[in-house]
Design a protein. Structure first.
Length: 235
């Protein structure tokens, strides 16, 4: 066997390239998963908001929440849970300011939804930022191996130098090829994350305004259904 075929330096260079290939597979796998996640949430949120804003009252909308999935639905669930009042309960939880509890519940649920959507993006960002350097590392080791082979051959002709050096540069090219899609995928889904968070914030503000009209309270009957709001008789 030749020196290049048995050198541990060449095996390191090959390991770097295979590592970058693995990073590429992870990037495209996460991109597919995030695309499915965001697409599913978009459909669920669109369906829920259509039902929510089509309800005749806040009490009627409360009956729709548990039956619908989605990020907006979970924010609404948190909001209804914060302003829900059980007339038969005498514990201290009913004495808490429902306005403050609603603000905190909505904010916390939005943060939970954001963390769920952020999962995996840190991995893609790390791949995008480190892959060029990993590829450069493989190139450096490849050049070291090439120089060692040239020294052993005792010749510095163009044919002797160009082949090994060119092969060593493959690792850098692979690193860049892996990094560019990873950065694009990260920026794309980061943009979608910001848009989704803005939509949740808008819904939370609208929900707060609706709850304000009912004095931040939603009466809960023993059977688990919201009590209908009483209409005041005109004087």
């Amino acid at each position: 066997m030749s020196l290049l075929a048995t050198s541990p330096l060449e095996s390191i260079e090959a390991a770097v390239i295979w590592l970058l290939v693995g990073f590429s597979v992870i990037t495209w796998g996460l991109a597919l998963l995030k695309a499915l996640q965001f697409g599913r949430l978009k459909r669920q949120d669109r369906k829920f908001q259509k039902l929510f804003w089509g309800a005749s009252s806040l009490d009627g909308a409360a009956e729709l929440v548990n039956a619908q999935p989605g990020a907006v639905s979970r924010v609404a669930q948190a909001g209804f849970g914060a302003i829900q009042v059980n007339e038969n309960a005498q514990d201290l939880s009913q004495a808490i300011n429902h306005q403050d509890r609603l603000e905190r519940a909505l904010r916390q649920q939005i943060q939970r939804e954001r963390r769920s959507l952020e999962s995996g993006l840190a991995v893609v960002a790390s791949i995008g930022s480190t892959s060029p350097f990993i590829g450069l590392f493989g190139t450096v080791w490849g050049i070291m191996e090439a120089l060692k082979g040239i020294s052993a051959a005792g010749s510095a002709s163009l044919e002797t130098v160009a082949g090994p050096i060119g092969a060593a540069l493959v690792a850098t090219g692979v690193g860049i090829a892996v990094a560019v899609p990873a950065v694009l995928v990260y920026n794309y889904f980061l943009r979608r994350l910001k848009l989704n968070s803005a939509d949740l914030d808008d819904f939370a503000h609208d929900f707060y305004s609706l709850a304000q009209k009912s004095a931040f309270k939603l009466i809960q009957l023993p059977g688990g259904k919201a009590a209908p709001q009483k209409v005041k008789e005109a004087s």
